[in-house]
Ligand binder design. Structure first.
Ligand code: HEC
Length: 149
């Protein structure tokens, strides 16, 4: 009886730990999805002509993007040790072996976003800004993002 209770307790604890790790992975992924919304959903779609040019939307997207990316070092501090279930992308375990290097990828991205704010006036200047920001996103993704499918 006692033993059954102990086993059941251990199973519950185990399930709790798995849930918590999944929550961490989901929180990290949601931060990046939010960045993706500003970058590809607003800036990228405007570039492709899928959305009409809207200066206010572009300025807001840049602000949101800067705020999201600045959160990455803190949000990626815990290691979930697992991928989001059924996700397209995951985090490399290298992040937590080289956390200082991972964190160091953030200021160049933030700087590219800040340098672009106020400079985007039309499709041509949007293209320049998009490419310069994108190269800094890739600077981290190339090392620390894993394509799962
Ligand atoms: C400091 C490192 C770092 C920087 C800088 C960074 N990312 Fe990420 N990004 C990651 C990691 C790690 C993942 C994988 C996490 C995941 O998807 O679960 C990721 C995943 C993504 C994804 C895929 C989300 C999904 O659907 O799973 C998008 C979209 C994304 N990032 C957008 C951006 C954009 C846009 C920028 C630049 C403005 C950027 N990221 C900058 C680390 C970074």
């Amino acid at each position: 009886m006692m033993r059954t209770a102990l086993v059941a307790g251990a199973l519950l604890l185990g399930a709790g730990a798995v849930m918590a790790q999944q929550d961490v992975a989901v929180t990290q992924q949601n931060l990046m999805k939010s960045a993706g919304k500003s970058m590809y959903g607003v800036l990228g779609k405007t570039l492709k002509g899928e959305t009409p040019y809207d200066q206010a939307a572009i300025d807001t997207a840049l602000k949101d993007l800067a705020a999201d990316i600045a959160k990455a070092p803190a949000v990626f501090t815990p290691n979930p040790k697992e991928d989001v279930v059924n996700a397209n992308y995951g985090s490399s375990q290298k992040i937590w072996q080289n956390k200082a290097d991972f964190d160091a990828k953030v200021p160049p991205a933030t700087k590219a976003i800040e340098d672009s704010s106020g400079k985007i006036k039309d499709a041509a200047t949007l293209k320049v800004a998009f490419d310069s920001i994108q190269s800094k996103c890739s600077g981290c993704h190339d090392d620390y993002r894993v394509k799962l499918k």
